[in-house]
Ligand binder design. Structure first.
Ligand code: DC
Length: 222
């Protein structure tokens, strides 16, 4: 039997940074489900499909095959066999992923893949619906959040470091819009599972969050 850890929370809460670090420390497989929605979104963008065109999204889904593989412990996302990991981090792809992940046809496809991975391996899986829908029986569930101001500031600093010009105000607006969409969609909205532990990272640095999470995981493993 595999041991599964589910981490959910809004965009920019630090889920992937933390989950990746925890997975390395605990020798678990890290599964970034957002990257799968991003790969689908990338396909829709490349195909010139509008996010609002559910019919076009549904028929495109028939031609999309998303799989993952690991290289040096890092998840790589393959879209119809092509590694698209380097192309899916842009804001535009994230927005499209949020807009198209509202469609059941998109979710059904990816949830199946996520469950298969968790059944085989000890995973730390992050996303929006992991503790509520994908792995309702996960051994540990954590809901990681932070204020929108803190999340926007972290993203802003990250982009500045890369030399990308951006506006803090616009980033925070985008985060608030994304939260709203992710939390209010009909299918699998982002919400804290009843049995998830809430962790607010607004006043913690990365090591602080990792150490809090380890305490939660150790508590659950007893
Ligand atoms: O975590 P992320 O920013 O890479 O995710 C991009 C979008 O994908 C997010 O705004 C909503 C969607 N998503 C989802 O609906 N369910 C998941 N389990 C993960 C991501």
């Amino acid at each position: 039997m595999s041991f599964n850890i589910a981490i959910d929370g809004p965009a920019g809460a630090g889920k992937s940074t933390i989950a990746r670090k925890l997975a390395t420390d605990l020798s678990y497989i890290y599964v970034d489900t957002g990257a799968m929605y991003r790969a689908m979104a990338y396909y829709f963008i490349q195909s010139g499909i509008e996010a609002g065109d559910e019919q076009a999204v549904a028929s495109a889904c028939e031609n999309v095959d998303v799989t993952i593989r690991y290289e040096g412990g890092e998840q790589q996302v393959l879209l119809n066999g092509e590694n698209v990991s380097a192309f899916i981090r842009r804001e535009e792809v994230g927005r499209m992923a949020s807009e198209t992940s509202v469609y059941p046809v998109v979710r059904t496809k990816l949830v199946q893949l996520q469950r298969q991975l968790a059944a085989k391996e000890n995973v730390i899986m992050d996303g929006r619906d992991i503790g509520t829908v994908v792995l309702p029986d996960a051994d540990v569930k954590i809901y990681l959040t932070a204020s929108s101001a803190v999340r926007a500031r972290r993203r802003f600093d990250e982009l500045c470091e890369k030399g990308t010009e951006c506006s803090l105000e616009e980033i925070e607006k985008d985060i608030i819009d994304r939260d709203y969409r992710d939390m209010h969609r009909d299918v699998s909205p982002l919400k804290q599972a009843d049995d998830a532990v809430l962790l607010d990272s607004s006043d913690l640095d990365i090591d602080g969050v990792v150490s809090e999470m380890k305490k939660i995981i150790q508590g659950a493993a007893k």
